[in-house]
Design a protein around this ligand. Sequence first.
Ligand SMILES: [Zn+2]
Length: 328
Amino acid sequence: MTQQQTDVLELLSKRLDRQLHRFLESMKRYNKLRLAEKQRASRDYDYLEDFYHRFLAGQNQRALEIVSPEYLEIVELADRQFPYPTSWVLCMDGRVLPVLISGASADIGDNMRVPGGNIREFVRGINGKFTLLEHSNFAKLLASAFERVESDTIVEVFDSHVACAAVKAEETARGREPADGGLLRDVLHKREMAEATKEFARHKLADKKKVIVIQTSFDPHNGFMFMGLETEYALAFAKEKDPGVPSFTGEVLHALAAEGKIISSEHIAHELAIRKLFEKYAFSPDWRTKYIQTSGQFWHAIDAMKHDAYASIEGEVLKVYPQISKKR
Ligand SMILES: [Zn+2]
């Protein structure tokens, strides 16, 4: 760390200390105005004071780490692993973390996290058509993505994660209680978002700009992921299992994965060749205290494994999306 960085940190720290102190004092004043039985104990504020200091110090430390030359080299290595610049729209669920989904630590790809991964800027018009609002934040981000990268094609990933509390709450509010907590309905909704995104790129962005859209379903219970739930086959399969309320229960997902009709990263991970590769490049991740080191180990492993892993993964993808091979 340079002398200048240390000075800035010290200044920042004093200023931050003052701001935090004032903030907590105002919370304490507000607490005293509450009805006696609703007042919080003073130790709650001691806890908050300690928590905020540690949290902000940690964030400041991370901010310095991610501008270090060592980390910038890792970002370059990570960027080279993606065929096109890639962005994710994820749920803000604390378990659905970009580093767990795609190894995307700071500045690798772009991640937007909103409740349920549902952007409210897609609306259904009176003609029943689902569209992205032209002057919305997401529309602006899509357009500006092409200015930030040197590519006429970008990839947008919409994730419908398993056991989403936000999606389930919406289902409950509508008086529905599907067995999958609303997963299937969310996949259908994101399919419409995906179509509207492609439509927006076709008609509203400059010539030759293309957005490739991918749908995934991350399972926060085990860190594995599904792909292909939005395909006609998977949807018809769920409907056949339960014509009343089709849903993607664990049972349905595992049956589809066993048939090779959806992609399951768990299945891929258990293939012998992939398992051996994983064992060869295994390391112990520690995103909290060894951020740069963990990111470096992750992307060096991906870089080293990709050639050998490609054949089996490509096979799985082409089984679920045969139209890709036809187009090539
Ligand atoms: Zn969620």
